[in-house]
Design a protein. Structure first.
Length: 161
């Protein structure tokens, strides 16, 4: 009987030890309920990219966070930023000079602040993301790299462990 108790106790301790580092609290701040996403600025010479980037970030926030969108005057927080750099290069070409694989890199600076206090929730940070795609459709390239960039931005909005 003692041996059985010792084994059960040992297994219980091992199971609980495996749960260390996990927290029952949410990944995002609970005091922030609403967010306003400003249209991102564009520091590149390619017009219109900021619209696709802003849309991708808003979609990712809608998908992965508990925050509701609100007008700027009523939002608890404001996310702003700018597209600093956008590079597109042919990664692999065929013998007849057709692009088989493209590489696109986007570099974005963003800041998330409390609207009421003006304090940074996430201070200014830069995210760089690259994507490779075996298509020549520009829209697909932009969508993919901006979607991955948006995922990095939302990850940085999470509370530290």
């Amino acid at each position: 009987m003692r041996k059985r108790r010792a084994i059960v106790l040992c297994l219980t301790v091992c199971c609980l030890a495996g749960c260390l580092g996990y927290a029952p609290e949410p990944l995002f701040r609970s005091d922030i309920k609403t967010i306003y996403v400003e249209a991102f600025d564009n520091r590149t010479f390619r017009r219109g990219l900021e619209v696709a980037l802003t849309r991708a970030i808003a979609d990712e926030i809608r998908l992965r966070t508990p925050f509701a969108f609100a007008p700027k005057e009523r939002a608890d927080s404001i996310l702003s930023g700018e597209l600093l750099d956008f590079e597109e290069s042919s990664y692999v070409k065929s013998e007849d000079d057709r692009v088989l694989l493209n590489r696109v890199t986007a570099r974005v600076r963003f800041r998330w602040r409390d609207r009421l206090t003006g304090r940074d929730i996430v201070p200014e940070q830069t995210v760089e993301e690259s994507a490779r795609i075996a298509e020549t459709l520009e829209d697909s390239l932009f969508d993919l790299v901006f979607q991955e960039t948006a995922q990095r931005v939302v990850e940085r909005m999470q509370k530290s462990w």
